[in-house]
Design a protein around this ligand. Structure first.
Ligand code: NAD
Length: 490
């Protein structure tokens, strides 16, 4: 299996190692062995990246010269798109993506999303003229949108390019400068964006990337530093809470895209009921998706039929996953040994709480060279209730939990009985399914397979799934402040 280039830091327009020369292993999840090295930034490196971003914001015309900036970002997006193959290879070796998943969610989703953001920028109203109002004398009123300043972008490992692009391209379009801190497990998907920024001629300092083996050090520095105006974070709800607390002292603008435990609701009048149920398997990218609907809710009246359909689906999928070179394969390993340990614990909890229908094992027999990979079987628990831990807690692995419901009200109640509110899918006769979707307290709902997550739609969570919106026009103006100016006119 190929090696990847080393992930270097990108600071002030240059790729360079950490100040002390330290590197850490970039682990390939398919093998458990290093596929490259990543620079292990020191606190001084993080400080330098913040200083550069601050200087570029305060002392260049990046935030105010809209035409030049948008031209530079457009060129940058072109260069990212031209490097699709390189990005695919990184998604496979570093993020453990199977080819079928790499093309869709990992890379094409990100690149198409970047192009969507360029179009969304055209819809951002930079100056709004509210006309003259008489308050004893005339005042002409103008509302302006202006870049917020220096953004700290902290991202996870599951769909790293997608999340990096959603923050970096939107923030740059808005006129902010950025320090990106990718997850320790996916460093190259962050720093490759620096290398491609150089190739595209993006001005030095407006974008910087720091990688670090320590998951918290660089992110905590960004969150607490008064030179950083805004933190855009995607990751777990637990770390999101720490970030909010750490940002409080400087009253940082904090936007959080967090975890989920979304519901996949199949109503009794769904078209082709068994096929629809089969489509609920949590297998794409080994279930490592924040908005993945991992609780399947099926009507009690058709429960046995649903379980039968799932049994067939999982049996049919048994030899279709974990194949590195297979273009149609959509499920590879989990990202890391740590994640394998976490998911394994939930497999044991699930075996105590519910009935195991399929899977349930860690696998070390996925073929020669793959013995050390982080593989877990596609797993399905049935006869579950919504108070079980496997139904309440985010597992972030290939684990589906099946819960029966009485009627539409009961389905809505169960779906909403969660601290999370990120995504969801509803299948049924359209009018009825839309009514159910309207009652689910979550940010992205799909009805009968409709796509609710694309670069031109706002994405984000209700409740503990986060605050703020990414992507779409909303995802750009999130990086902007609003200023009202009143000009005396008489
Ligand atoms: P994580 O919360 O452990 O880490 C996310 C990022 O935060 C990483 O870059 C990590 O290094 C950094 N970090 C860790 N501790 C920190 C601290 N104290 N201060 C600042 N930064 C810190 O999450 P993960 O394991 O990398 O990713 C999986 C999680 O991400 C899941 O919960 C998933 O639901 C969530 N996620 C959410 C979305 C979304 O858009 N809502 C998208 C993808 C993933």
């Amino acid at each position: 299996m190929d090696k990847l280039q080393d992930a270097l830091l990108y600071i002030n327009g240059e790729m360079r190692p950490a100040g002390n020369g330290a590197f850490y292993d970039n682990i390939n999840p398919w093998t458990g062995k290093p596929c490259g090295q990543a620079a292990d930034a020191t606190a001084d490196d993080v400080d330098a990246a913040i200083a550069c971003a601050r200087d570029a914001f305060d002392n260049t015309d990046w935030a105010t010269n809209h035409d030049a900036r948008v031209a530079a970002v457009t060129k940058y997006v072109e260069v990212l798109c031209a490097n699709r193959d390189k990005l695919m290879q990184i998604a496979r070796l570093e993020a453990g993506s199977a080819i079928g998943a790499a093309a869709r969610a990992q890379i094409d989703g990100a690149l198409n999303g970047a192009k969507d953001l360029l179009k969304c920028w055209e819809k951002v109203e930079l100056v709004e003229d509210l006309g003259i109002k008489n308050e004893g004398y005339d005042t002409k009123r103008i509302v302006r949108r202006e870049a917020t300043g220096v953004v700290g972008a902290i991202t996870p490992w599951n769909v790293p390019l997608y999340v990096n692009v959603g923050k970096v391209i939107a923030a740059l379009l808005a006129g902010c400068t950025v320090v990106l801190k990718p997850a320790p497990d996916t460093p190259l998907m962050g720093t490759i964006m620096g290398e491609l920024a150089i190739e595209s001629g993006l001005p030095a300092g407006v974008f910087n990337v720091i990688t670090s083996a320590d998951p918290a050090m660089a992110g905590e520095m960004l969150t607490k530093d008064p030179r950083v105006d805004l933190i855009s974070f995607t990751g777990s709800t637990a770390v999101g809470k720490i970030i909010m607390k750490n940002g409080a002292d400087t009253l940082k603008r904090v936007f959080l895209e967090l975890g989920g435990k979304s519901a996949f609701i199949v109503l009794d009048d769904a078209e082709n009921f068994p096929m629809t149920v089969m489509g609920s398997m949590v297998v794409f990218h080994a279930g490592q998706g924040c908005a993945y609907p991992t609780r399947l809710l099926v009507p009690k009246s058709r429960y046995e039929e649903a379980v039968g359909a799932l049994q067939m689906a999982y049996a049919g999928f048994a030899d279709k996953w974990g194949k590195f070179d297979e273009p149609t394969c959509i499920m590879g390993p989990l990202i890391s040994k740590k994640q394998l340990g976490r998911v394994s614990e939930y497999l044991e909890i699930g075996k105590q709480e519910a009935r195991l229908l399929a899977g349930g094992n860690v696998r070390t027999d996925m073929g020669e060279g793959f013995e050390g990979g982080f593989f877990v079987e596609p797993t399905c628990f049935v006869d579950a209730t919504n108070d079980m831990r496997i139904a309440r807690e985010e597992i972030f692995g290939p684990v589906l939990v099946v819960i029966p419901f009485e009627d539409d009200d009961d389905a809505v109640r169960i779906a909403n009985d969660s601290v999370y509110g990120l995504g969801g899918a509803i299948f049924g006769s359209t009018e009825r399914a839309v009514k159910v979707a309207e009652r689910i307290r979550a940010g992205a709902l799909s009805v009968n397979g409709g796509v609710s997550i694309t670069g031109d739609l706002p994405f984000g969570g209700y409740k503990q799934s986060g605050m703020g919106r990414e992507w779409g026009v909303e995802g750009i103006v999130e990086f902007m402040e609003i200023k009202a100016i009143g000009i005396r006119a008489s």
